[in-house]
Structures are given as C-alpha cells and as structure tokens.
Design a protein around this ligand. Structure first.
Ligand SMILES: [Mg+2]
Length: 253
C-alpha cells in the first residue's frame, strides 16, 4: 500500500505531459497568430460567403487591410480557381443534347470581369457604393477578365453550352459592357441580359430569377450558373448546379 502511494506521488510530482516546456514554448507563437484582426476578419469573410452576414453595406474598418491582402493576393485567385475547377468537372460530365438548349448562366461583375482596379482606388469596399463613379468606370470598359472565369467560359462553349450573360448592369450600359467583354477576351455569348426600364427597383434576386424563368420557358435547360452574389443564384428557376464565387468587396440583395 505504501509502495503504491509513493509511486502515485512520484507520478504526480513529475507532472502531466501537457505542461512540458516544449508545449509552453508554442503558446506565444500561437497567440500572435490568432490575436490579430486577421482572426476576426477571416471569420467575417466566412459569414459573408455563407450568406450569414445578411445585407451588409461596407467592409468593417478593421478589415480593410485584410480584404486588400485577400483580394490582391494568392488566396482569392486560388479560390476562384477551385470553384471554377469544380464547375468545369461538373460540366464535362453532362451529356450535351446538341440542339443548343443546354445552357449556362454567368453573372458578369466579379464573375467574368474584375472590378478590383476600381475598388483598389475606392477603399476596397470600405465606402458606401457610389453609383456615379462606378458607372464612369464601367464606361471605360477596361475591367480585366477573371482568368478562371474566361477559361470556364471558353471550355463551356467548346462543350456545346449556350452561354447567357445575366447582369444587374443597366440596359444603357450595354455597349460599354459588350466592349469590355470583348476587350477582356469573351466572345460568342448566346444572349446578354441587362436590367431594362421595367426592371428598375426590382431586387437582383427577383430580376435574375425572372430572367432565368424566361430562359427556361424558351426551352433551355440551365445546367449551371456562376455568380459572386447569392442573389445571382438563389430564388426561383434556379440552375441545376450553382457555383458561388468569393466576393468580400460588396453585397447585392
Ligand atoms: Mg457579380
């Protein structure tokens, strides 16, 4: 009995392994990594992408540098690539009818064309959206292609899909939008659908659902849809598969 008691006391005196110096040395390093605004902002971005953040109006002040780093760095490019790779794999597995009725719907801004050059000189989403200055940027027709988007676009055409471009841009921006798309390397789309006069004031999610319904009613099967906003993808007449691209710069209902 005495021997057992001594043995237990020796074990307790030695202490459990989690108090070993090597573990303690790791703690300050871990704390440094997690204590920064990065943790908050990374979680904020998660809620944005999952549509849990609701109708947010601007990037939180403490996250502006985070968003700048993200959107101009490798992670954004990698995530665009990852989503696009999934979409392409899905598209390749579809048996195309050959009658031109197999459709794919793309949003334009932050899906095929990048407005990062505009947001880079307008606070990376930290300011309330300024329509006049954004429209001036649209008229320049200089938005670069989102590279994985262009690659998916071209592959879908080779596979035989009919491409619909469905954008919240106004009908009055048709010419600039067409010019920009061609400047960025896009061609041969089936139809470019913009907001007409009668669509003004309609929520993007409703406007885009109505247009998808028209596409379906015209006899097309919308196999896939790509967009950076949930309002590009949700509602009614939804595509069989929807591909949400990342966008922590702005939110459209
Ligand atoms: Mg968009």
């Amino acid at each position: 009995m005495a021997l057992i008691l001594i043995t237990v006391m020796v074990i307790l005196a030695a202490g459990p392994t989690w108090s070993s110096p090597s573990i303690i040395q790791m703690r300050p390093e871990k704390k440094t990594l997690l204590a920064a605004d990065d943790l908050y902002c990374s979680s904020w971005r998660f809620t944005v992408e999952t549509n849990d953040a609701g109708a947010w109006t601007r990037v939180p002040v403490r996250c502006v540098d985070f968003v700048k780093e993200y959107i101009t760095g490798d992670l954004y490019a990698s995530e665009l690539e990852a989503v696009t790779t999934n979409a392409a794999e899905y598209a390749r597995a579809i048996r195309i009818s050959g009658d031109g009725r197999d459709a794919w719907v793309f949003d334009i801004d932050e899906t095929l064309l990048s407005n990062v050059p505009y947001y880079a000189v307008n606070g990376f989403g930290s300011k309330i959206f300024d329509e006049p200055s954004f429209n001036e940027w649209v008229e320049l027709a200089e938005a670069p292609a989102i590279a994985p988007g262009l690659r998916l676009y071209n592959e879908l055409q080779e596979l035989g899909f009919t491409i619909f471009l469905l954008t919240g841009r106004g009908e009055y921006q048709r010419h600039a939008t067409e010019r920009n798309l061609m400047y960025a390397g896009f061609s041969n789309w089936g139809k470019l659908i913009l907001r007409g006069k009668s669509d003004e004031g309609t929520l993007a999610s409703v406007f885009k659902s109505e247009k998808r319904k028209e596409i379906e009613d015209a006899g097309y099967i919308i196999h896939g849809s790509s967009g950076d906003q949930w309002s590009d993808l949700m509602g009614f007449a939804v595509a069989r598969r929807s591909y949400k691209l990342p966008n922590p710069l702005y939110y459209i209902a």
